[in-house]
Design a protein around this ligand. Structure first.
Ligand code: MN3
Length: 198
């Protein structure tokens, strides 16, 4: 079955003023679509056709770089749209997740500080993540399309720090974009769903 671009789970203007319609139109309709189109072309003859997206991500890593770059970005973006919602972010997280952040990372404030720092530190394109590894929450960062699945971890939250995700709205101010994401956009219900599913 071919990979498909998922529809955004909200309207294109739902995330204003933190993320513009123009950013979502370019990022979802153009960038993500390109990863989907490339994935469908590159998977032919790869021997991985018909496998789940997660399996293709893990099996192409280190074996088929061009396919990996595109399927990993398809996986990352498919979740990224759902990791945001109108009126999200901040401390309004479900109790179960709040307790997990407290016990594994110290506190919500420590999570926020480290997640922003990892997103800011990632040199060039990449992602910052909140992952479950060996049953504990950790903050990670990866470059380009790489994601925690290939390091034995399950991503439950990720933020895209490629310039295409913030340049229209924030120009070069990546830290401002990251703060807006954490304080106003995170869909904690979806993070909890992935946490409980892990
Ligand atoms: Mn992107």
């Amino acid at each position: 079955m071919a990979f498909e671009l998922p529809a955004l789970p909200y309207e294109y203007d739902a995330l204003i003023p933190y993320m513009s319609r123009e950013t979502l139109e370019y990022h979802h309709d153009k960038h993500h679509q390109t990863y989907v189109t490339n994935s469908n072309n590159l998977i032919k003859q790869s021997g991985l056709e018909g496998q789940s997206l997660e399996e293709v991500v893990k099996k192409s890593f280190g074996a088929n770089q061009a396919l990996f770059n595109n399927v990993a970005q398809h996986y990352n973006h498919t979740h990224f749209w759902k990791w945001m919602k109108k009126g999200g972010g901040g401390r309004k997280l479900p109790n179960k997740l709040a307790r997990a952040l407290d016990s594994d990372l110290g506190s919500y404030d420590k999570f926020r500080e480290d997640f922003l720092a990892f997103g800011g530190m990632q040199f060039g394109s990449g992602w910052a993540w909140l992952v479950l590894k060996d049953s504990k929450l950790e903050i990670m960062k990866t470059s380009n399309g790489e994601n925690p699945l290939v390091h034995g971890a399950k991503p439950i939250l990720g933020v895209d720090v490629w310039e295409h995700s913030y340049y229209i709205d924030y120009r070069n101010a990546r830290p401002k974009y990251l703060e807006a994401f954490v304080d106003h956009l995170i869909n904690w219900d979806y993070v909890l769903a992935l946490y409980e599913d892990a």
